[in-house]
Design a protein around this ligand. Structure first.
Ligand code: PLP
Length: 359
C-alpha cells in the first residue's frame, strides 16, 4: 500500500499517525473488546472520549468557561439554518458579510428565518478580496454578525475582525486549528470536521454561554443549542466515531506543539507555494495577496486546454485531487494541517516540471 499526497478540500487528508492509531484500536479499544463504533454512546468508555475531545480542544484554542463546546450533526450547511433558528429569537435581523461561495450559502439559508443585512460584499470583485471593514453597513441592533474567515472555494482568508458590539458568528470550517485565534472575540465559532479536525459527520461548535438563552423552547429539540449544551451534545446518538477521530487529531496536534507550532508550518507551506506561483508566468493565483488563504490555494494555468492533462499527470505523480471546485474550475491545492511540507515540495516540483514540458 502506498499513500499519496491528498490535496482534497474536504473530506481532507488526516495525519497518518492518527489513522495508524485508529487502525490499531479498531478491533479492541483500550481492552473494551469492541471498537469505538460498536460501543454505547452512554458507556463510560465513550463518555471518556467525549470529555477528552472537549478538554483537548479547550486547551488547543484556550477556550474559557464562558463558552460551551458542542458536537453537532448535519454538517456545517445545517448550521447555516440552525444558527439563525437559535440566535435570531427576539431580534428583527442578522448581519452577514459576503466574501464568497460559503458566506453566500449561509446568507441564502438565513433569509428563510430573518431579514438579512449584507453589511459588505466582494462579489463585484469576483470574491478575490475582502471588503474594507471601515465601510461596513453594520446594524448594531441585529442579532449577530456572521462571517466566513476562510472561503474554501475562493481561497480568500482574513484574520482581523470588524469592530462591532454584535456577537460575531464565524464559519471556521476550513481554518479552525490552523492558526491562533482569540476565542473571546467571537460569540460563536463553528466548523465542519472534515478538513482540519477529522472525518465528516460532526461539526465543532463553540458557543458563548449567554447566547444559549436565545434558543426558543419551540425549536426542534435536536436543533436547540441550549438543549445540546444541557445534554452534553447527546440528545440522541452522536457521531461517536467522528468524535473519537477528532480526539485523536487533537492529541496529534498537541504532540506537534499545538496551534502555534502548526501555524508556523502552515505559514511556511503556503509561502513556498505562493512564491512559486508568483515566480511563474505559467501559473497564477487570482486573490488579493493581502487575503490569500493559507489552507486553500487556487491557481490557474495560462492555457486552460492543459487542465485535464495537468490533473491526469498529477494523479500519476501521486498528487491527488488538485482540480478546483466545480463552480470555478482551474486548480486548487488544499494544504491543511495534515499536509506535510514534503507534500507541498512534491507539488511544486511537479508544477515546475509540467511547466517546463508544456509551458
Ligand atoms: N463552510 C465552509 C467554509 C466549507 O468549506 C464547507 C464545505 O466545504 C461548508 C461550510 C459546508 O460543509 P458541510 O459539507 O459539512 O455542510
Amino acid at each position: 500500500m502506498s499513500r499519496v499526497y491528498n490535496f482534497c478540500s474536504g473530506p481532507a487528508a488526516l495525519p497518518e499517525a492518527v489513522l495508524k492509531k485508529a487502525q490499531s484500536e479498531m478491533l479492541d479499544w483500550h481492552g473494551a473488546g469492541v471498537s469505538v463504533m460498536e460501543m454505547s454512546h452512554r458507556s463510560d468508555e465513550f463518555m471518556s472520549i467525549l470529555a477528552s475531545a472537549k478538554a483537548r480542544l479547550s486547551r488547543l484554542l484556550n477556550v474559557s468557561d464562558d463558552y460551551e463546546i458542542l458536537f453537532v450533526q448535519g454538517g456545517a450547511s445545517t448550521l447555516f439554518s440552525q444558527i439563525p433558528a437559535n440566535l435570531v429569537n427576539g431580534f428583527d435581523s442578522a448581519c452577514y458579510l459576503d466574501t464568497g461561495a460559503w458566506s453566500s450559502k449561509a446568507i441564502k439559508e438565513a433569509k428563510r428565518y430573518t431579514k438579512v443585512n449584507v453589511v459588505g460584499s466582494s462579489k463585484e470583485q469576483n470574491y478575490s478580496t475582502v471588503p474594507d471593514f471601515s465601510s461596513l453597513n453594520l446594524d448594531e441592533s441585529a442579532a449577530y454578525l456572521h462571517l466566513c474567515p476562510n472561503e474554501t472555494i475562493g481561497g480568500v482568508e482574513f484574520s482581523d475582525l470588524p469592530e462591532t458590539q454584535l456577537p460575531i458568528v464565524a464559519d471556521l470550517s476550513s481554518t479552525i486549528l490552523s492558526r491562533k485565534i482569540d476565542v473571546s472575540k467571537y460569540g460563536m465559532i463553528y466548523a465542519g470536521a472534515q478538513k482540519n479536525v477529522g472525518p465528516a459527520g460532526v461539526v465543532i461548535c463553540i458557543v458563548r454561554k449567554d447566547l444559549l438563552a436565545r434558543s426558543s423552547d419551540d425549536l426542534p429539540s435536536v436543533w436547540s443549542f441550549a438543549n445540546l449544551a444541557a445534554n452534553d451534545s447527546m440528545i440522541n446518538t452522536p457521531p461517536t466515531f467522528a468524535i473519537y477521530l477528532a480526539d485523536l487529531v487533537f492529541e496529534w496536534l498537541e504532540a506537534q506543539g499545538g496551534v502555534e507550532a502548526i501555524e508556523e508550518i502552515n505559514i511556511r507551506k503556503a509561502k513556498a507555494l505562493y512564491d512559486f506561483i508568483d515566480s511563474s508566468a505559467f501559473y497564477s493565483n487570482p486573490v488579493d495577496p493581502a487575503f490569500r488563504s493559507r489552507m486553500n490555494v487556487p491557481f490557474i494555468l495560462a492555457d486552460d486546454s492543459l487542465d485535464a492533462l495537468f490533473i491526469r499527470e498529477s494523479e500519476e505523480a501521486g498528487l491527488r485531487t488538485l482540480a478546483g471546485h466545480r463552480s470555478v474550475g482551474g486548480m486548487r491545492a488544499s494544504i491543511y494541517n495534515a499536509m506535510p511540507m514534503e507534500g507541498v515540495v512534491a507539488l511544486i516540483d511537479f508544477m515546475r516540471d509540467f511547466e517546463e514540458r508544456h509551458g
